[in-house]
Design a protein around this ligand. Structure first.
Ligand SMILES: [Zn+2]
Length: 135
């Protein structure tokens, strides 16, 4: 999904109430909109987006306040999983590639990239992960 398509989807999602995430009530009211920032993948490159609208909601039964994550922005972290996965794969797939170049390409600091690689290396044996990436 391109960034333009995502922006259209975000506009449509602003009018979606859904159910309360705490008590499952249908009495959910709009409680404002906040703008957040994130880096997303758009057409093969990482793009900083400064104006992602997030609808704030309020439950009419239990008074819970909550937000639903916009499509394509599933986590609260700035760098979304699509960026992290692409950066880590780019960094570990080729030994000759420079960490700084990969980090710059994805708009993050070199230490951030290395932290992602270390975190993912703790999930499983690196050889097993590399096998999944390549095949
Ligand atoms: Zn509720």
């Amino acid at each position: 999904m391109t960034l333009c398509e995502l922006k259209e989807r975000w506009k449509q999602e602003l009018f979606c109430r859904g159910r309360c995430c705490t008590c499952d009530s249908e009495r959910v009211w709009f409680n404002g909109i906040r703008l957040r920032k994130a880096t997303l993948r758009d057409g093969g490159r990482s793009t900083f987006v400064a104006d992602i609208p997030v609808r704030r909601l309020l439950c009419g039964d239990c008074s819970a306040r909550f937000c639903r994550p916009p499509t394509g922005v599933p986590t609260r972290a700035h760098y979304q999983p699509c960026v992290v996965s692409e950066a880590v794969v780019s960094d570990v797939r080729d030994e000759k590639v420079c960490d700084s170049a990969v980090a710059k390409e994805h708009g993050c600091h070199r230490r951030t990239l290395l932290r992602w690689v270390a975190r993912i290396a703790h999930l499983a044996e690196p050889a097993a992960l590399l096998r999944r990436v390549l095949f």
